[in-house]
Design a protein around this ligand. Structure first.
Ligand SMILES: *[C@@H]1O[C@H](CO)[C@@H](O)[C@H](O)[C@H]1NC(C)=O
Ligand SMILES: *[C@@H]1O[C@H](CO)[C@@H](O)[C@H](O)[C@H]1NC(C)=O
Length: 309
């Protein structure tokens, strides 16, 4: 018991000392933080290529944005936009496949998820270099199959495509296919083998998504929004890694409910969306947080040891 008292005293003393140290660190840290935030504020101005307003419900390219479009206009824009991209890419021999939320939409019914603000496709870094050389800032006219819809898109390639690591995080999107009427777009990202020596056959995009070559190729042929499209070979594993298996079974999401009969995601006013849905999600996900609980540091652990002693 004596020993315990001595140890407790020691812990009290060290925690006083360490909290003083913490206070001092804070003072110094304030300056460092200010310097860092200054730097962080400067950097985007210097390097960021694509400008968008992601505060808005959809994602818009700043150059072509005039106003936030309504639900139907957004869906109509995105559906024709992805058809136009897939058709143009096939025509020009640009190898591309659908990815992320767009791939998830394909999994459900071969269509975009109606709550998505933008779309995602991928390509190899070699193809990316090729479109940078050959198609940068090219405009592409599109007429829908029934001849009723005419659109125009611009293919804009980020000059930072040569950099295949994340860098400052300002240029993780490599190219964009933009509807020039309203600025909605498809994000195009390249994947490349960045560490051929230590991680051969492993491909990364600049936003830390990682794939094995054999998960992507050979690409599978399918249709998306009614036009020919390609998807990664291991689309199921990729989806589960990225969204967990829950995303493949949940039938109420972001203000929509899965209509089993029609195989469509229908608007449902009773299904939570936005911040409300996020809160619900967090509550469901809570137990997973235990994996990321901080160890608490050395003194905290000594204290816990004493506590149980
Ligand atoms: C594409 O064109 C824009 C506008 O001219 C330019 O700023 C950008 O650097 C170009 N991208 C590439 C990959 O050359
Ligand atoms: C399926 O879609 C049709 C046409 O849009 C609609 O009339 C019908 O009510 C839908 N069925 C269900 C079960 O929602």
């Amino acid at each position: 018991m004596q020993l315990r008292k001595v140890l407790l005293g020691l812990v009290t003393l060290t925690s006083v000392v360490s909290s003083a140290a913490v206070a001092r660190r804070d003072e110094g840290g304030g300056k460092l933080e200010r310097a860092l935030s200054l730097e962080a504020r400067d950097e985007p101005e210097d390097t960021k290529y694509f400008r968008e307003d992601s505060e808005l419900t959809g994602h818009y390219d700043a150059r072509f944005f005039s106003e936030v479009v309504d639900y139907d206009t957004r869906l109509d824009t995105l559906k024709h936009m992805v058809r136009a991209w897939l058709l143009a890419a096939a025509r020009e021999g640009i190898e591309t496949w659908i990815a992320h939320g767009t791939l998830l939409g394909w999994w459900w019914n071969g269509q975009i998820l109606p709550w998505d603000g933008d779309l995602d496709v991928q390509m190899s870094a070699d193809t990316l270099t090729m479109i940078g050389d050959k198609y940068n800032m090219t405009r592409h006219k599109y007429v829908s199959e029934d001849g009723l819809v005419e659109r125009e898109y611009i293919l804009d390639v980020n000059p930072w495509i040569w950099q295949r690591v994340r860098g400052d995080g300002m240029n993780v999107i490599d190219a964009r296919w933009v509807d020039v009427r309203n600025g909605l777009y498809i994000d195009i990202t390249g994947i490349a083998e960045t560490q051929p020596d230590s991680m051969p056959s492993i491909l990364n995009c600049k936003n830390y998504h990682r794939y094995h070559v054999n998960d992507i190729w050979p690409l599978r042929d399918t249709t998306f929004e009614g036009v020919p499209a390609k998807i990664p070979y291991s689309f199921d594993e990729i989806l589960i890694t990225e969204y967990r298996s829950k995303a493949l079974v949940v039938t109420e999401y972001e203000g929509h409910r899965w209509n089993t009969k029609n195989k469509t995601w229908d608007l449902a006013s009773d299904v939570p969306a936005g911040a409300e849905a996020e809160q619900l999600n967090n509550r469901v996900r809570e137990p997973e947080r235990y994996y990321s609980v901080e160890s608490g540091g050395f003194f905290y652990n000594i204290f816990r040891l004493l506590h149980w002693w």
